[in-house]
Design a protein around this ligand. Sequence first.
Ligand code: FES
Length: 295
Amino acid sequence: MSLFGVLDRLSEVSQFDAKLESARTAVNKVLQPQAFRDLLHGTWLGHPLHPILAMVPVGTWLSAGILDLLPPARPAATALIGTGVAASLPAAMAGAADWSEQDDAVRRLGAIHAATNVVALGLYVGSLVARGKGHATLGRVLSYSGLGVASGSAAIGGHMSYAQSSGANHAVTDARQLTTDWIDLGPLDDLPEGRPALRTGEGQGAPVALAVVRRGARVDAFINSCAHVGGPLAEGTVEQVRGSDCIVCPWHGSAFDLENGEPRRGPTASAQERLEVKYEAGRVLGKLPNRHVSK
Ligand code: FES
């Protein structure tokens, strides 16, 4: 079994789920209000914030490891380690916010990712204390140990993103499947007013589900699979969120602006894939922009 196959096995271990649920409840209580959570998710940015913030401790600690090899540069290494320690708090908060609204497998691996990060942080704090007390060699041993643990933790985080699709846009897979021809979404008059309806479009091998909302003579159409973790938007609601009419996912409450698919409330950090719409002889037609064409 590959090293990362071991991580997949660990993500199946369910014995600690009750404890993880308690941790999730605590995170959700502490990280309030919703606007603060959305700041941490990166909803305002259109991109998950955690991997961006995590670059700071990873980058500073790696740079400190290089400077520690050059004796005249060691004071600068200590300054970089301190910067990384300070930057780890916002990175951890953003990671915790994302972690609390993922599926069980991601949460299990995320708990290991968090625990190894805490170990790495402890080693770096110990390194700073040792350096401050004049124990330079011990300080370097502790920081290199921290770098090893932090690198392992970063690999786990990468596996969560690439193998478990944590933080990925879950609507894009369906968008790639969907035909780029115009799709007949049926008569305008058959669509219910002000709530999502399920329609399908031709995909490569299987139909692709679409969520369609009618407001009077206007129709907005989206890939049904929510960008956050793939929840069914057609089973959601239409609500005003932060001044915009939005389609709201039934799973974790992400809200996407009906006008353009931009996220107005997290946990999603990605916009929802939206179709162009036109009307012909009382029927509604939708078409995905060409950006996801796969040959
Ligand atoms: S799947 Fe999480 S908000 Fe839609």
